[in-house]
Design a protein around this ligand. Structure first.
Ligand code: HPA
Ligand code: ZN
Length: 345
């Protein structure tokens, strides 16, 4: 720059973005306020907010339910396949910039069916973009059908039947929505059916609910992965079991702060979980609602905790090892991470 004596060492070099797999992401939770307004306008819908500022004022949560109320309300703008496709494309573009190289994307079909949106509309809208995500964004993807645990198991079974009957390209099922009072055991038959159909199994447990829900998800549902799982830290025997079994926990630090599962990021158990040898990864959950994508989660963790390069590489390696991607794809990503020489607890 003329008139300055800037040297090369003054130039800020952005920290290397580690290639990661995002394993805990609700596609409906990527709906940004701007897109909510754009889709409302395209679909001729009146929003109950005067503008972006008034909508943004609602992003102040006291617990999981207070978030879910807004999350479900904002989905009203998703009407057509194009809406679901546009939302998915926006996420993949941003995730790629965050270093995400593989994403396992949950969607909530029941939240759309209850609004009169057909299963084909939501599934095909998202799936049409996922089909070419690797070529278009450099992000391999797979789709997880998540079931709302505050609805009945009969409803979940019917939707799973319909997904299987239409040949929906789903790789796994998950369990989300209001946790406390809706224990995993309520969905024993759903998980048995999904397992029989050859699907992979994950479930939210131990976000607001107790450590015993994590045990139930493992023992009754037979899940391979636990979404959140932070409450395991209340039960040392469970921690030992999770460490021994290398069971993945898809942790979402900024989500936990915004939903008041922890008071502040400095109180988050992630460093203790790493120190205990748990197989944890860092994920964004609902990035449009919780203040950031995977890179933002890493940046804020780094600002609060002295995460070593080794810890960061371990978190990235855990995410890849814990994914439902093919062994070939995992090997490719591990090679990209560290020439294949990656730590794993
Ligand atoms: N927890 C439970 N259900 C959800 C979440 C979450 O963080 N996000 C979307 N549905
Ligand atoms: Zn979640």
């Amino acid at each position: 720059m003329p008139g300055t004596e800037e040297t090369e060492s003054d130039v800020l070099v952005p920290a290397r973005l580690l290639p990661v797999a995002e394993l805990h992401l609700h596609i409906e939770g990527t709906l940004q306020p701007e897109l909510i307004f754009a889709l409302a306008e395209r679909n001729g819908l009146e929003l109950p907010y005067s503008g972006l500022d008034e909508l943004r004022e609602r992003y102040e949560f006291t617990d999981l339910q207070s978030f879910l109320d807004l999350y479900y309300a904002n989905m009203a703008v998703l009407r057509t396949e194009q809406d679901f496709a546009d939302m998915t494309r926006a996420y993949l573009e941003r995730a790629a910039a965050a270093g995400v190289r593989h994403a396992e994307i949950m969607m909530d079909p029941q939240a759309h069916l209850s609004r009169g949106v057909a299963l084909e509309t939501c599934v095909n809208g998202v799936a049409s973009v996922l089909a070419t995500s690797e070529q278009d964004f450099g992000v391999s993807t797979l789709l997880i059908a998540a079931f709302l645990r505050d609805l009945s198991e009969e409803s979940a079974l019917e939707v799973l039947d319909n997904l299987l009957a239409m040949g929906a390209p789903i790789a796994a099922i998950g369990l989300d929505s209001a946790e406390v009072g809706n224990p995993p055991a309520k969905f024993e038959r759903l998980y048995a059916k999904a397992r029989e159909a050859g699907l992979r199994l994950t479930a939210h447990a131990g976000e607001e609910g107790p450590a015993s829900y994590i045990i139930e998800a493992l023992d009754v549902l037979g899940v391979e992965r636990i979404d959140h799982g932070i409450r395991c830290m209340d039960d040392p025997d469970l921690v030992e079991r999770l460490v021994d079994g290398r069971i993945p926990l898809t942790v979402c630090p900024l989500s936990n702060v915004r939903l008041r599962a922890v008071d502040t990021l400095a109180d988050h158990p992630l460093p203790a979980m790493l120190a205990a040898g748990l197989n944890v990864s860092v994920n964004s959950d609902d990035p449009a609602y919780f203040g950031g994508y995977v890179d933002d989660n890493f940046a804020q963790l780094e600002a609060v905790f002295a995460l070593s390069e080794f810890d960061k590489a371990r978190l990235a390696a855990n995410s890849i090892h814990s994914s439902f991607a093919s062994e070939e794809r995992k090997a490719e990503l591990l090679e990209e991470l560290n020439g294949g020489e990656v730590p794993h607890p």
